[in-house]
Design a protein around this ligand. Structure first.
Ligand SMILES: [Zn+2]
Length: 305
């Protein structure tokens, strides 16, 4: 089990690079923390960024990276002054965000996620050509929701909201109302030229843009935004990310509308200049994902809930 996850992580790293840059020798990974408000922090390590709420009512973790990092993450939480994790929220099922579930579940944390996260974790998945085995019972969310829920603790109200997905079909964003901090999950990645639209997991580029519009509406100019990967950003950063994706979707839509095939579109791929060495997703992967997303919308498979 353990070795298959490692193997899978290695295979994944070949195709998608932030993981490639980070994966590997977990013994060398350092967990760094950045405080974003009283009792609110983000942890950076390997895999998805972790949001933390800590205080008198207990520790809430947003995502948990990889299983071999659980002890280091626990130490980072303790260093912030936090108690052991009481509640855990998965922003989506991808293993670089939920890999610590089994450890934390066994240690007594209650795991929360969108309905589809539990379904996908329980069933096992395919991700970029790799088979991910079904998660163990201890790793599964025990509280699931279709729309969202709110945590009232540590002097704040933290909304967990499903805005319609787009990266997958189970993306949750978290918003601290008082601290004015937002965790986007992988709806956004800073320092990435393209989003990852995981069409195999119900992701859809059209819905991603719609989701980002809803998330933007939850923010103001002072909101601190924790992306799924990369450094903390703000609303202007998210607006630019959203606009770039929206323009790309319209470019592909226009090409399809004019009768182009995917092959002819890719032959003169207009996104190519945005390619970046070592990026998570390249211009061709992005174009293919948008194409598939528009096909799915056209065939009425766009809304699966
Ligand atoms: Zn992801």
């Amino acid at each position: 089990m353990k070795s298959s996850i490692y193997l899978f992580a290695a295979a994944f790293a070949v195709t998608v690079a932030p993981v490639a840059a980070q994966t590997p020798d977990f013994s060398k990974v350092e967990i760094k923390s950045e405080t974003l408000g009283p009792g609110v922090a983000v942890l950076f390590g390997a895999g998805g960024n972790i949001g933390v709420s800590h205080g008198p009512d207990g520790t809430v973790l947003i995502d948990d990276q990889f299983a071999p990092l659980t002890d280091k993450i626990a130490k980072a939480v303790a260093d912030l002054g936090g108690t052991p994790v009481k509640y855990l929220v998965n922003t989506h099922w991808h293993f670089d965000h939920s890999g610590g579930n089994e450890n934390l579940g066994k240690a007594g944390a209650t795991i929360f996620a969108h309905d589809n996260v539990r379904v996908r974790l329980a069933a096992g998945q395919n991700l970029l050509g790799n088979a991910v085995p079904p998660a163990s019972a201890a790793a599964l969310p025990v509280v699931t929701y279709a729309e969202g829920l709110t945590f009232h603790l540590n002097g704040d109200d933290i909304d967990a909201v499903f805005t319609g997905g787009g990266h997958t079909d189970g993306d949750t964003v978290l918003y601290w109302r008082k601290a004015n901090v937002l965790h986007t999950g992988d709806l956004m990645m800073t320092e990435a030229p393209f989003p990852f639209v995981d069409t195999e997991s119900g992701g859809n580029a059209v819905r991603l843009v719609a989701s980002l519009d809803k998330v933007l509406a939850m923010t103001n100019a002072q909101t601190k935004i924790i992306p799924g990967h990369g450094p903390v950003t703000d609303r202007a950063g998210m607006q630019a990310w959203r606009d770039r994706i929206a323009r790309a979707v319209e470019t592909v839509r226009a090409a399809k509308g004019s009768g182009k095939t995917l092959d002819t579109f890719l032959a003169a791929n207009p996104f190519k200049p945005m390619d970046r060495e070592g990026a998570f997703v390249n211009s061709e992967g992005f174009a293919r994902a948008i194409w598939a997303s528009l096909d799915a919308e056209a065939h009425g498979h766009g809304h699966q809930h």
